[in-house]
Design a protein around this ligand. Structure first.
Ligand code: NAG
Ligand code: NAG
Ligand code: NAG
Ligand code: NAG
Length: 325
């Protein structure tokens, strides 16, 4: 009788939080893996959020989808928290309704992967808790375009863009756009190296020294909004291309496969994350982009992800651009 009562009490305590011992076990393993430590109060909050996220992930993975989800460094965060620290905080208006990039209209290769064509891409970087994705998309693109043109790959400074590019409608850790960052680099006559102007993940005073500039922009190429074939043309025949798209909660848990979503929007005013298209291909009839992200190399496919191509998925063709050096 006592045992039954005790059991009943335990079960009801657990079910009040909808949590089981297995949930706590999973959470503790994840905490150990990610070196997380919390106060007692926060522990229970994070346990609840983690468990909600894990259930969403498990449910998705039971279904028939073109991509899988998995636990990652964001698994103890709500989407709201994630959005505040990792995404462009305000919707960005990209002005390339009519771009200046003239698509060659082919021929372009059926598939291309700039990671395999030479030493053009630096290792995946980590923006940390600062909405500076746009600076990583910018440096990744300029690093690649410069390496393709000059034969030398030099890691470039995101922090210079975070600290100095405000006059071009960029907002440090609160968002910006690669096209506007390329404009800044063009007018300020250069971008310093990562070594000379290292990343801090917060906005500080501008310490740009033009005499230490290591990369330059002669012209900014904006691809016309929603011209996804123009992006294919540019990536297939020239170089990687910066673009933005709308991240929704399902993307936060992306693990591998071709990402596709019915939750995201597809217009210029909704894009909230900037990344770098480094190639494209097709798998079992589904065309995809290969994309470099800035959430560290343990997120997604060693820091990269695939997203469906040809449908302006999540607005990915809304504002894309690259520099000419
Ligand atoms: C899974 O989805 C694919 C693509 O939509 C479809 O071809 C396949 O038949 C589906 N498989 C099952 C078991 O539903
Ligand atoms: C976008 O454009 C609208 C209308 O022109 C303006 O009110 C808003 O401040 C702009 N947002 C950004 C982030 O530039
Ligand atoms: C490209 O876009 C940027 C900002 O998004 C804009 O300032 C610039 O004028 C555009 N360039 C051209 C040549 O249209
Ligand atoms: C956005 O998606 C809707 C619904 O699928 C579609 O009708 C529309 O053409 C798309 N717009 C753009 C700009 O891709």
């Amino acid at each position: 009788m006592t045992n039954t009562l005790l059991l009943f009490a335990l079960v009801s305590a657990a079910s009040a939080f909808h949590l089981s011992e297995q949930d706590e076990f999973n959470f503790k393993s994840w905490m150990a893996q990610h070196n997380k430590v919390y106060s007692i109060k926060e522990y229970y909050q994070r346990l609840q959020i983690f468990t909600d996220n894990k259930r969403r992930i498990d449910k998705h993975n039971e279904g028939n989808h073109s991509f899988t989800m998995g636990l990652n460094q964001f698994s103890d965060m709500t989407f709201g928290e994630f959005q505040k620290s990792f995404l462009l905080s305000e919707p960005q208006n990209c002005s390339a309704t009519k771009g200046n990039y003239l698509s060659s209209n082919g021929p372009h290769p059926d598939a291309i992967d700039w990671r395999k064509k030479g030493n053009y891409l630096t290792p995946v970087k980590n923006q940390q808790g600062c909405g500076s994705c746009w600076t990583f998309s910018t440096t990744g693109c300029l690093e690649a375009v410069t390496a393709i043109a000059k034969g030398k790959l030099i890691p470039l400074s995101e922090q210079q863009l975070v600290d100095c590019a405000q006059d071009f409608n960029n907002h440090g850790c609160n968002g910006g756009l690669p096209s506007q960052a390329f404009e800044y680099i063009m007018y300020s006559k250069g971008l310093m190296t990562e070594d000379d102007y290292p990343y801090k993940a917060f906005e500080d005073t501008c310490k740009y020294k033009p005499e230490l500039a290591a990369a330059f922009v002669k012209e900014v190429m904006n691809i016309t909004a929603y011209d996804e074939m123009g992006m294919v043309d540019a990536v297939g025949t020239r170089n990687p291309v910066s673009f933005a798209f709308e991240v929704t909660i399902d993307f936060m848990h992306y693990s591998q496969g071709i990402y596709t979503s019915t939750e995201c929007h597809n217009t210029t005013d909704k894009v909230n994350h900037a990344v770098l298209a480094v190639g494209y291909g097709e798998d079992k009839g589904t065309p995809y982009w290969i994309v470099k992200n800035s959430w560290g190399s343990s997120w997604g496919i060693e820091g990269y992800f695939l997203i469906e191509r040809g449908k302006n998925m999540c607005g990915l063709a809304a504002c894309s651009s690259f520099p000419v050096v």
